[in-house]
Design a protein around this ligand. Structure first.
Ligand code: ADE
Ligand code: ZN
Length: 329
């Protein structure tokens, strides 16, 4: 129909997407074989069968396990390039891409291996696809702030290639305030600040991300709706919230479609919040950016104008300059 065609054609930005979450089972098996590692699953189909999650942690366990096949610069190039081609085919024009250095550093894969692979793919995406990609390095919140600081220090030689820092992984009992010092250090380096908050954790964690960490955009932020003063603050300050509908379905943040429709309806139709749609970890959640738009269009019966606003918001909430924004949208 016309709305679906519009979803495909409208220029979009993607602001919440984890590079490691784009590792499709086929590539996972291919890289395992290429690197002489035992295959993590017997087949791509078996992998997809295993991707049934009861919560965030049950997903993260498989997600980090899958990363074990990523060893060489070429592996990271191939991973990033496959995602960029897919994104470009969906008319994504700008990406602020998350990656998790600690997941690789822990396995003795250094910045000097993974970053050049990712950066080569970014350069090729610009040249061959006209796709603009910037990188946001995420700290793993299940690890210590000391480890995050050490990671930031190791990233310093690559400062010019980084747009910002984020915070991801297990949220329960890991309040943002634990990472106040490292966010202060990142800010002093001129890095932009975002964090996952209010995915499984309470609205209080969204406040902490804003007040203690100084984040300029909130990832997920679903539970913000539980605090009306917070919703007002997010509206007034025009703080972007990166919604990830299929992720929330698959990780049971939404128990069912009716709940998804109720909550997403509040964010998208009933408030003035600066929200847009994102895919989070598409290889694990069964859908890329367009699938997320199609899902939300279906459950909320969105009209073209409402889809257009979400797409426009994706650029408004990005860290593009006003001049760049005009170019891409
Ligand atoms: N890492 C990758 N995806 C994530 C998510 N949805 N929440 C927290 N950490 C993540
Ligand atoms: Zn995420």
């Amino acid at each position: 129909g016309p709305v679906q065609a519009f979803i495909a054609a409208v220029p979009k930005a993607e602001l919440h997407i984890h590079l490691e979450g784009t590792l499709e089972p086929e590539m996972m098996l291919e890289l395992a074989a290429r690197n002489g590692l035992p295959p993590p699953y017997l087949s791509a189909e078996a992998a997809r069968q295993a991707y049934q999650f009861k919560d965030l942690q049950s997903f993260l366990d498989l997600y980090y396990n899958g990363c074990a096949v990523l060893l060489t610069s070429q592996d990271f190039y191939d991973l990033a390039w496959a995602y960029f081609e897919r994104a470009a085919s969906e008319n994504v024009k700008h990406i602020e891409l998350f990656f998790d250095p600690q997941t690789h550093l822990e396995r003795n894969v250094p910045f000097s291996t993974f970053l050049p692979g990712i950066l080569d793919a970014v350069t090729t995406a610009k040249e061959k696809l006209g796709l603009n990609v910037r990188l946001i390095m995420c700290f793993l919140r299940h690890m210590s702030e000391e480890s995050a600081i050490e990671t930031l220090n190791q990233a310093k030689p690559f400062r010019e290639h980084l747009l910002g820092v984020g915070l991801d992984s297990s949220e329960a009992n890991r309040p943002p305030s634990l990472f106040k010092r490292v966010y202060g250090m990142a800010k002093a380096l001129g890095l932009r600040l975002v964090a996952h908050a209010g995915e499984e954790g309470p609205a209080e964690y969204v406040w902490e991300a804003i007040k203690d960490l100084g984040v300029e955009r909130v990832d997920h932020g679903i539970r913000s709706l539980e605090d009306t003063a917070l919703v007002t603050h997010l509206e007034e300050q025009r703080i972007g919230i990166t919604l990830c509908p299929l992720s929330n379905m698959r990780l049971k943040v939404f128990p069912d479609e009716a709940t998804a429709a109720r909550i997403l309806g509040k964010f998208i139709l009933e408030t003035k919040l600066l929200v847009m749609l994102n895919s989070d970890d598409p290889a694990y959640f069964g859908g890329y950016l367009m699938d997320n738009y199609l899902f939300v269009q279906r459950i909320l019966s969105l009209k073209v104008e409402q889809v257009a606003r979400l797409a426009k918001n994706s650029f408004s909430a990005s860290f593009l300059s006003d001049e760049e924004r005009q170019h891409y949208h």
